[in-house]
Design a protein around this ligand. Structure first.
Ligand code: CTP
Ligand code: MG
Length: 182
């Protein structure tokens, strides 16, 4: 297998996490009753634990989208397509990896917000690199007990994921979904 193929496998494997990470901003017009802050308004040293932008709705949307995306990948696998991209035995591993990637993406994002609040970065203000890779590190750590993706291609995929996220953010900003372009 070439290095490029190994990186492509990582990108394909983490597609559920990538889409989960994009989902909170897309579900904002719906499910208002779930749009409550995860931190319940609590503070630490006078500053919000996570802030208003981290809601149960966003976290649940990510878990849902992570699972749906993973299940679609399982169907693609079952149909015999894209075999060279498979890093995991999709037939033997239903649901849980998708759930873990969706949850891990959301937890990674929330942990990053925790640190943003500690260093006085307002909710929605950008913290480059951390904002783009938080979900990926979270998803990796959560899914690793089931399938630990090889480290070198994982590291090599990070600049691509960073740039992919900047591109989605620019498009999201342009379409009016996001407050900042990065
Ligand atoms: N979002 C949400 N719940 C989450 C994560 C995100 O409702 N658990 C929504 C919020 O409306 C948020 C938007 O998705 O404004 C974009 O998410 P993100 O960029 O991760 O958050 P920021 O607005 O940058 O907030 P923070 O500074 O806390 O990272
Ligand atoms: Mg942000």
């Amino acid at each position: 297998m070439t290095q490029a193929q190994a990186v492509l496998q990582i990108l394909y494997f983490f597609l559920p996490a990538y889409l989960a990470n994009m989902s909170p901003v897309l579900v904002r017009p719906w499910l208002r009753s779930l749009a409550v802050p995860i931190d319940g308004g609590k503070t630490l040293w006078g500053k919000r634990l996570l802030g208003d932008h981290k809601t149960w709705r966003g976290l649940l949307a990510g878990i849902f989208v992570g699972m749906i995306t993973y299940e679609l990948q399982r169907l693609i696998n079952e149909a015999g397509f894209a075999k060279g991209l498979m890093l995991i035995d999709y037939a033997a591993q239903p649901l849980l990896p998708g759930l873990l990637m969706g949850l891990g993406a959301g937890v990674g994002d929330a942990v990053k917000s925790f640190f943003k609040r500690r260093i006085d970065i307002e909710p929605g203000a950008s913290w480059p690199v951390f904002d783009q890779l938080d979900f990926f590190i979270g998803a990796y750590l959560f899914v690793a007990p089931i399938t630990a993706p090889p480290l070198l291609p994982t590291l090599a995929s990070m600049p691509i994921i960073f740039l992919g996220n900047v591109a989605s953010e620019v498009v999201g900003y342009w379409l009016g979904f996001k407050e900042t372009w990065i």
